[in-house]
Design a binder for this molecule. Structure first.
Ligand code: ARG
Length: 269
């Protein structure tokens, strides 16, 4: 009798566990994500930090600083990430890294273009920019873009400025391509180039911080371009999250505060 009782209770117990493991368990799992707050571990961001005042090395530190850096850190915080890690890569390596899943997003003064939109998702625009060019101070015969024919022009690889420079190639100009924006400007200083085509706010910052000793703006701005944060097409949810966070930061004044910190004025409405 005793044996039978023990056997029976074991059986009942086993059945109970089995039942819990089936139907009951599923329900628990369904509820879990809704109940738990969305704490996300880490947002991995790629950038090319030779692009002050958007991304550049912070003095006496291993960190990167700039408008983009502050903005993406604020976005990560707003989205509930515990950590925002910023990786330094070549500008032309950023979109491939997004598509390979090596980084989650890229913020790098990326202009929103139709060509890039075929490969990635852009967030809503976060900064109004555009191309312009500087020439060496001793170059006095360049008043407009067309005057760059026959000159040597330095650009950064993979940028809209590099693409714009291509227009001059069949006009007898030499276009020299560099891995970083800093190296393109250095070429001007070393008299290896007559002009640099780049983004206007970056050229303005460069002139203000020593560049005006050997360079000057010439001609009118060449284009109007909007910057967007880059996300993989495989991750539309992340893109939505970034846009939502940007909306929140625009609404709560954080965006304006960062804009003023880096550009000294409120963004044009
Ligand atoms: N706005 C330009 C582009 O999208 C230049 C961006 C360069 N960015 C950088 N971090 N170096 O092509």
């Amino acid at each position: 009798m005793k044996k039978i009782t023990v056997l029976l209770s074991v059986l009942v117990l086993a059945l109970g566990i089995l039942a819990a493991g089936c139907g009951g368990g599923d329900k628990k799992e369904e509820k879990k994500p809704a109940a738990a707050p969305a704490v996300k571990e880490e947002l991995i961001v790629g950038t090319e930090p030779s692009f002050a005042p958007f991304e550049f090395p912070e003095k006496d530190s291993k960190e990167f600083t700039g408008f983009d850096m502050d903005l993406i850190r604020a976005i990560a915080k707003e989205m509930g990430y515990k950590k925002c890690t910023i990786k330094n890569m070549g500008f032309d390596a950023l979109i491939p890294a997004i598509n390979a899943g090596n980084i989650d997003v890229s913020i790098a003064g990326f202009s929103i273009t139709e060509e890039r939109k075929k490969q990635v998702i852009f967030s809503q625009p976060y900064y109004k920019s555009g191309l312009a060019f500087v020439v060496r101070k001793d170059v006095n015969d360049v008043k407009k873009f067309e005057d760059l024919k026959g000159k040597t022009i330095a650009v950064q690889l993979g940028t809209t400025g590099a693409l714009y420079g291509e227009k001059l190639k069949d006009k007898g100009s030499v276009v020299k391509t560099f891995n970083t924006s800093d190296l393109a400007c250095m070429e001007l200083k070393n008299k290896g180039a007559d002009a640099v085509i780049s983004d206007l706010p970056v050229l303005q910052y460069f002139l203000k911080n020593g560049g005006s000793e050997y360079a000057k703006l010439a001609g009118e701005p060449l284009t109007a371009e909007d910057y967007g944060i880059v996300i993989s097409k495989k991750n539309p949810e992340l893109a939505k999250g970034i846009d939502k966070a940007l909306d929140a930061l625009k609404k709560n004044g954080t965006y304006d505060k960062l804009y003023e910190k880096w550009f000294g004025s409120k963004p044009a409405k």
